[in-house]
Design a protein around this ligand. Sequence first.
Ligand SMILES: Cc1cc2nc3c(=O)[nH]c(=O)nc-3n(C[C@H](O)[C@H](O)[C@H](O)COP(=O)(O)OP(=O)(O)OC[C@H]3O[C@@H](n4cnc5c(N)ncnc54)[C@H](O)[C@@H]3O)c2cc1C
Length: 393
Amino acid sequence: MFVKKLNLICLMTFLALTPVIAMPPVDVRKITPPKLDSLHLGKKITCHRPMRHGAPNMSITKQNGQIIAHNYGHGGSGWTLGPGSAQYVNSLLLASYASDLKKETPITIIGAGALGLFTAYDLHQRGFKNITIVAEKFEGLTSHNAGGLLAPVSMDNHPEIQEMIDKIGIEAYKFYESIARKKHPHFKEGAVIVPTYFQNREESGLEPYVGKVMQPSKDVTLDFGNGTTRNMVAYDDGIFMDTAKMMKELQTYLKKNKVKFIQKKIESFSDLKGKFIINCSGLGSGKLNNDAEMISIQGHLIMLKDQDPKELEYMILVYFKEGTTKSGQKIKRSFYIFPKHLPNTSSNDVGVIGGTFIEGATKETPNEEEFETLLKGAKDFYGMDIKEELQEK
Ligand SMILES: Cc1cc2nc3c(=O)[nH]c(=O)nc-3n(C[C@H](O)[C@H](O)[C@H](O)COP(=O)(O)OP(=O)(O)OC[C@H]3O[C@@H](n4cnc5c(N)ncnc54)[C@H](O)[C@@H]3O)c2cc1C
């Protein structure tokens, strides 16, 4: 008893003598987890990132009298870099062939994904009037399916080109920001500003954007209201690129402005008659440009349905450990969630979860079991356990 009293006196004396250190208040953000039971899961999508080992190809070659500018191989960052990459490649082409390129000179773009459409849009802005897009497919592309997080991640850059990639990304950020802030002269939809959460600053790839176009990130705690909290880094001016909407906006604008669209598979550049070609054929460049560095990185996405859109105004990306798939392929798993909404679906069908990166996997190796792993990763992240799921049902 006496010892206890003495301890108490010691503790009180210690507290009285300890200077009060003002701790910054913890920024706790309450997030209601999405509904992830089977009734709230929609379409499952497998699609493939056009990745080029080393760096995207943004260069110009001359072949059999044709000038071919390349703009492909942006891996998991094609949307993030698209507008800036189009400006970069078009500027390179114009700087190299200024005297040959008149405003009426025919220019053919191969590919109608994000890279092809942004390239056409940028050329049109520069006053070119004779633009044709030739593509094997115009709908249901990787560019339509992509998640929509603006972050220069999941690509393979040589450190020497990182500065250039950051410049391109910063230009792209400005483009999307103007749409999100309703200041863009041509596009009303296609980008939204939402808080974006990563495990740490390094994994976001966005630190070079801070101070130039973005505000500094903050340390926050996400509280899912079920006893699970996660310490994360928040970029409150993150950008969600609404890929399906942006594709529609671009197609509509280009068609209205007399850019020609021709559906055709190109087997060789010599199939095309014009002198100036811009190759934006994504994964098709492996064969078309005989590029051995091109590789497909398979991704899995699950669309969510019947959610509360107000509860999904944010993005999260967390990485897990690397592993192997059932068939022994190397896989990098992650969990991400974005507020994606497919056209012609109910306004409550909001949200996409995703997060697989399987190098070399193609349409022929669908890895169906990865959808289950992805769902489990999402539930673990939000701290949802089996009991909770059963109650929901
Ligand atoms: C699951 C997943 C999630 C993603 N999430 C994001 C994200 O959050 N943020 C981000 O920045 N990026 C993301 N990406 C990456 C992004 O989607 C791609 O980098 C981008 O869409 C590539 O665009 P592209 O125009 O190069 O290719 P594609 O969209 O594949 O278009 C290629 C075009 O070329 C045409 N083509 C190909 N070969 C030929 C040929 N021989 N002749 C004629 N036409 C041809 C095709 O028909 C098509 O029109 C994601 C990708 C996946 C798979």
